[in-house]
Structures are given as structure tokens and as C-alpha cells.
Design a protein around this ligand. Structure first.
Ligand SMILES: Nc1ncnc2c1ncn2[C@@H]1O[C@H](COP(=O)(O)OP(=O)(O)OP(=O)(O)O)[C@@H](O)[C@H]1O
Ligand SMILES: [Mg+2]
Length: 479
């Protein structure tokens, strides 16, 4: 049993929309993109810092060696003596893969000792060590240079000392500092990504739970969804679902009511028609049959009217899910045509049917022409039907001063009118003041009210301006 219902649900499960984007995938792509970009920028800064730190440390020992060499340079009366301390060069080479190059000599002259052609800085001050990068014999070097004055009249020119080393061990230090830093950050990035994905997964869970709960509901359960454990961010979705459920429920209710009404209201007239037909068939002569067929014809007319009114009401109900098209409708043209159409009926009843409108004024509303016609037909039909022969019915149309751009319609008759106490009740379905009269179905005013409301308008019943009779006011807003 359980299995059957589960598979039934699975079968009804709507296909996932192919174009739907995955939140998790989107988040992953974004995070990987942004974090990688940040990592690259950070790597550049880390490399620069590591290089600065390594240079600072190595330049200090380069400086010590440079000073050590400079201190051991002195001049006698005839020559400049350079006694390079072995320790100054050993300092670098011991245990490292780096090579050391040096040169000592007067600037612009032949070297006193050392390697020819080492790169030299452009500006130097006496006894101040200067550090710079250079290339020597195809190798990258970090160099230090210093001018040492000899303070002897025989040798007025200072001696330039240059000491350079290859950068292998510096690079090693830079790399290990840099790699360590980047490694730690990369781990952080991966952890952040995992946490974000986990968070996204957790955040989506309530939505999945909500979907599951709705799927598992019985088919006819349209009660609002509740979920106290749902996060606040999901509330708009729940509200929208509930709003939609409400609409569907009202629609289903309207359908159910229509079917009940139709079944209930049509049963009696159809039974009457059947009886009348049977009675007519039992008559022997055509002359005896005639009144029976006439009665049958009248009943058939009422049944047709009832059926049409039921269908019209169902069409007019805004909750029935029919999206009727709307466009600008000129109400004065519509009302005039309707009056002309009903003139023969009025003439048969000796009723003076008149039409008045505010000439020259466009009286347009945005609405459904078929429904608005139905509304006019019902109002004029009522006035003609309930006003005794010799009466007067006026359809008056004008702009609504209180509602700029709106239209005001009045259908006035001088018939019996509707007592004030009944003016609300006559809008109910199947409510009729004279129950003995079987010509109407009691749906006309319900239809009219549905149409007016679906056009966001207002309707009310009043005494006719001259005292006797009914005046039906309809106000329709501008489109
Ligand atoms: N102009 C009117 N003057 C007097 N009574 C009216 C007028 N219009 C409506 N009524 C009363 O209100 C009742 C309800 O009117 P409604 O149009 O809803 O139904 P109906 O005319 O009886 O039937 P139908 O659905 O065929 O129009 C009528 O039965 C009638 O008693
Ligand atoms: Mg009516």
C-alpha cells in the first residue's frame, strides 16, 4: 500500500526544470573564482615580502663582509695594500651553493685585485655600503659596493670595493618562506570552500523538506502550508505557495458550486419538461396537444435562460481561473447597441426604453466586452421585466466626477422597485422577490455584481430619482 502510494507520488513528481541553475554549483564557481583571484594577489604580496625578508637578512652579512674587506685596505707611501680576510669570503660559501665575486680598485682604473667587470652602482658615498642586483657572466648577483677613502696625499682617490654573491641560497629561502605561506593559505581556501558548500547544502535542506511535505500531501489537501521550523528566508516562498493554494481552492470551490447549482437547479425544470412532454403526447388531437406544447415551450425557454445564466455566472466569477482578455471598451457604444437590441422587447411590453449619454465624451473602460455586455443585458432585462406595461426605462451613462476617468452607469425604471431591506439579498444567487413568478432564474444580479467586482467597480441599488421605481448604479474605474 505504502509502496503503491510512493510510486504514485514519484510518477506525479514534476520533471525538474532543465534550465534551473544549481545553487551549489553557482556558489562553487563563484567562490573558486574569487578565492583563486585573492590567492594570486596574496601570492604576489607574499613573494615580495619573502624577498624583502631574505634580502634584509642576506644584505646584513654582505654588508659585514664588505666592511671587513674595506677595513683591511690601507695605503703605504708607494702602494695600496689589500689584505682580503679569508673569513669574509668563506662566510658566504660555507655550506652554500653560492659563489662570491669581489673586486677592489680605484674607480676608472685597473683593478688592484679581484674579478674584472663586476657591475658597479652609479652613485656612491664614502664609507656607505650600497646594495643592488646585477648580472655577471650570465649569473644573477646580489652586490654590495662601498667607497673607502685612503686619506693619503699619495693616493687621493678612494678605493671602490665591490662584493657580490650568486642568489641561489637567497632564492631557496624566498621559496621556502613563500611556499609555506601559500600552502597555509591554500589550505584555508579549501576549508572555506568546503564550509561554504556545507552551508549551502544546509540552507537548501528546508526548501527540499518543504517540497517533500507538499508532495506527500493528499491530492485534495489545499490547506495552507505551515512550517515553524522553516527559516525566515523561505517565508516568501511559503507565502506565495499559500497564496496560490488559496486561489486554487477558491477556483475548485467555484467549480464545485457551479456543478452543485447546475445539477440542483436544472433537475426540476428538466423533470417538468419531461412531464409536460409526456402529457402532450397523451393528447389525441392536435388541438388538445397545442396548449400542452405551448406550456412546454415556455418551460423550455425558462430552462434555456437558467442554463445560460448559470454559464454566465460561472464565466463572470473572477475566481474560476478563466483569464478573460481585457481591452479598452467604449461603454457608450456597447450600451447604445444593447438598448437598440432590446427595443423590440420594450415595444412588445409598451415600455419607453431610452438611452442618455454625455455626448462627445469618450466613456471607455478597460475590461472584457463580453462580460460588460452581459452586465448591461441583465440590468436592462430586469428593468423591462419588472416594470409594468406603459412604464419607462432609461439607461444613463456619464463620466464619474468622483472617479476621474471612471464611468457611471444608471439603469432607471419606474416599476415596483426593490424595498431597501431586500437590496442586499437580491444579489444572492437564486434569490427572487416574487417566488411565484417562474420567468427568471434569480441569477441576473449575482452575475452583474461578479462582473462589476471583476472590473474593480462598485454597484448599488437606489430609489429612482422621481420616487417610484429602481435605480441601479454602477461605477467602473478608468483602465
Ligand atoms: N428593476 C427591478 N425592479 C424590481 N425588482 C427587481 C428589479 N431587478 C431585479 N429585481 C428583483 O430582484 C430579483 C433578483 O433579480 P435577478 O436579476 O438576480 O434575478 P431574476 O431576474 O429573477 O432572474 P434572471 O437570472 O433570469 O435575471 C428579481 O427576481 C426581482 O424580484
Ligand atoms: Mg434578472
Amino acid at each position: 500500500m505504502t509502496q503503491a502510494s510512493t510510486s504514485g507520488n514519484a510518477a506525479q513528481r514534476p520533471a525538474r526544470r532543465g534550465a534551473g541553475k544549481s545553487l551549489k554549483r553557482g556558489l562553487t564557481v563563484w567562490l573558486i573564482g574569487v578565492l583563486s583571484a585573492l590567492l594570486v594577489v596574496d601570492a604576489w604580496f607574499s613573494y615580495r615580502d619573502a624577498l624583502a625578508a631574505a634580502n634584509q637578512a642576506y644584505d646584513r652579512s654582505l654588508s659585514a663582509s664588505l666592511k671587513g674587506i674595506a677595513e683591511r685596505i690601507y695605503a703605504t707611501e708607494s702602494e695600496v695594500v689589500v689584505d682580503i680576510p679569508y673569513s669574509a669570503l668563506e662566510l658566504f660559501e660555507a655550506g652554500s651553493s653560492d659563489r662570491v665575486f669581489y673586486s677592489v680598485g680605484h674607480p676608472g682604473e685597473a683593478l688592484i685585485t679581484g674579478y674584472e667587470g663586476l657591475p658597479a652602482p652609479s652613485e656612491l658615498k664614502p664609507n656607505v655600503a650600497v646594495f643592488f642586483d646585477g648580472v655577471y657572466r650570465g649569473q644573477a648577483l646580489r652586490l654590495g659596493a662601498m667607497l673607502k677613502p685612503l686619506y693619503r696625499t699619495e693616493f687621493p682617490k678612494p678605493v671602490l670595493v665591490i662584493l657580490g654573491e650568486t642568489t641561489n641560497s637567497r632564492q631557496d629561502v624566498v621559496f621556502s618562506l613563500f611556499a609555506g605561506e601559500i600552502g597555509r593559505k591554500a589550505v584555508l581556501v579549501v576549508v572555506a570552500l568546503m564550509v561554504a558548500l556545507l552551508a549551502a547544502r544546509l540552507a537548501v535542506k528546508p526548501v527540499e523538506r518543504l517540497g517533500q511535505a507538499i508532495r506527500e500531501r493528499p491530492e485534495d489537501d489545499l490547506t495552507p502550508v505551515t512550517g515553524s521550523d522553516l527559516p525566515r528566508e523561505v517565508e516568501p516562498l511559503v507565502d506565495a505557495i499559500n497564496l496560490h493554494m488559496g486561489r486554487i481552492e477558491r477556483m475548485v470551490e467555484a467549480r464545485r458550486r457551479f456543478i452543485t447549482d447546475a445539477a440542483h437547479q436544472l433537475r426540476t425544470p428538466l423533470a417538468v419538461l419531461n412531464t409536460q412532454a409526456e402529457y402532450a403526447l397523451r393528447q389525441d388531437s392536435a388541438a388538445a396537444m397545442r396548449p400542452a406544447v405551448e406550456a412546454l415551450h415556455t418551460s423550455l425557454g425558462s430552462a434555456i435562460r437558467l442554463t445560460n445564466q448559470l454559464l454566465a455566472l460561472s464565466r463572470a466569477e473572477s475566481v474560476n481561473g478563466l483569464m478573460l482578455s481585457r481591452q479598452a471598451v467604449d461603454l457608450s457604444v456597447l450600451a447604445r447597441d444593447m438598448v437598440i437590441e432590446l427595443l423590440p422587447l420594450a415595444a412588445r411590453k409598451q415600455i419607453d426604453l431610452g438611452f442618455e449619454d454625455a455626448a462627445g465624451q469618450a466613456l471607455s473602460v478597460v475590461g472584457n466586452a463580453v462580460l460588460l455586455r452581459e452586465m448591461l443585458a441583465n440590468l436592462i432585462d430586469n428593468a423591462l421585466r419588472y416594470t409594468p406595461p406603459g412604464g419607462m426605462v432609461t439607461v444613463r451613462l456619464g463620466a464619474d466626477e468622483a472617479w476621474p476617468g471612471g464611468v457611471r452607469l444608471a439603469v432607471i425604471d419606474n416599476g415596483p422597485g426593490i424595498p431597501a431591506s431586500e437590496r442586499e439579498a437580491v444579489f444572492q444567487r437564486f434569490y427572487r422577490l416574487d417566488v411565484s413568478d417562474h420567468t427568471g432564474s434569480g441569477l441576473g444580479l449575482s452575475i452583474v455584481r461578479e462582473i462589476v467586482l471583476s472590473h474593480a467597480g462598485e454597484i448599488h441599488l437606489d430609489d429612482a430619482p422621481d420616487g417610484t421605481g429602481l435605480c441601479v448604479w454602477v461605477r467602473l474605474p478608468p483602465g
